[in-house]
Write a protein that binds this ligand. Structure first.
Ligand code: FAD
Ligand code: FES
Length: 281
């Protein structure tokens, strides 16, 4: 069930650390913001699922000491730009939200191992919740450029929180939105939806990010339908370079549980290998 051919290997894009200038930092909706940075060429390379470690500048009493990990949402090497979609949840992201055009910040990356797309894939199913949409969004243009059909079940609290346009980026994607507001994001309802997709147009692989219960559901369906998958994990990080071990997660390999560092052996893992649930703090 494991898939070969990652979109990148760690050696493809060496890690760089540089000061970047904010081009824009605007609200997408009531919860999420879109940050565009002008970045030097070594930073303008990353594969879908990789992330950068951002040094959030102190602001108005918030003094985030450690860097904060953020998935790359979009990279535009020709415009020397890297982009992020983020949710404001604490000191680090609050200070990010206060950045204005022209401000500077230190950015390190690209880091981690991204998603894998098999050479024979013709159809992929993406299942994302909340800000997991930001992590998975770069897969969409990557897959569409290769003629791969994309179906996506996108889960959010409400329609106002759903970043459908940011996710699809103008690409042809079959979107199935589900919401907490009307109960359509309940796990039983999502299971019925995914079973219908799997029965009607079976994907070659499934990808997910942003929800523990969706991970568990996809693990079950993946085994039942024999469809491989990958998950991007979110774990609190300190160094993001594989040194401090604060980001380890239990991973099942060959019947044994081993601990893998999400920052450098992930954040993307084989769906069936992930054991246990999120660890927040
Ligand atoms: C590889 C990776 C990619 C990520 N990509 C994105 C992204 O594209 N957009 C986005 O909005 N967020 C993303 N995150 C989550 C983001 O890093 C955290 O929300 C951020 O570090 C919170 O910092 P803070 O100081 O604002 O909040 P804190 O005060 O540090 O924490 C606020 C709350 O968020 C929880 N939290 C903090 N960090 C994490 C984390 N890493 N994982 C899960 N829960 C956490 C804390 O337990 C606490 O409950 C990503 C995380 C990882 C590991
Ligand atoms: S964050 Fe330090 S080892 Fe992963």
């Amino acid at each position: 069930m494991s898939i070969a051919q990652p979109m990148r290997t760690p050696a493809d894009f060496p890690v760089a650390d540089a000061r970047c200038t904010v081009r824009s930092n605007r609200a997408v909706n009531g919860r999420y913001r879109h940050l565009v940075l002008e970045a030097p060429p070594p930073l303008c390379r990353a594969a879908p699922g990789q992330f950068f470690h951002l040094l959030c500048p102190p602001a108005s009493g918030d003094d985030p000491f450690l860097r904060r990990p953020m998935s790359v949402y979009r990279i535009a090497p020709a415009k020397q730009a890297i982009e992020f979609l983020y949710n404001v949840v604490g000191a680090g992201t609050r200070s990010l939200a206060r950045l204005a055009a022209g401000d500077a910040m230190s950015v390190m990356g690209p880091l981690g191992v991204g998603f894998t797309i098999g050479p024979t894939y013709r159809h992929i199913l993406m299942v994302a919740r909340g800000v997991g949409l930001a992590t998975m969004a770069p897969v969409v243009p990557w897959a569409r450029r290769r003629g791969i059909r994309v179906s996506a079940a996108l889960s959010a609290r409400s329609r106002a929180d759903l970043m459908e346009r940011e996710f699809t980026q103008g690409e042809d994607v079959r979107v199935y939105p589900v919401f907490d507001q009307d109960g359509s994001s309940d796990v039983e309802q999502v299971e019925s939806l995914l079973r219908a997709i799997l029965a009607e147009d079976r994907p070659d692989a499934m990808f997910t990010c942003g929800s523990n219960r969706l991970m568990t559901l996809l693990q079950k369906l993946g085994l039942e339908y024999g469809v491989p998958g990958e998950i991007a994990l979110e774990q609190q990080m300190a160094c993001a370079l594989g040194v401090c071990l604060c980001c380890v997660r239990p991973i099942r390999i060959g019947g044994a549980i081993v601990h893998k560092r999400v920052c450098c052996e992930g954040p993307v893992f084989d769906l069936q290998q992930v054991a246990g649930t999120w660890r927040h703090g």
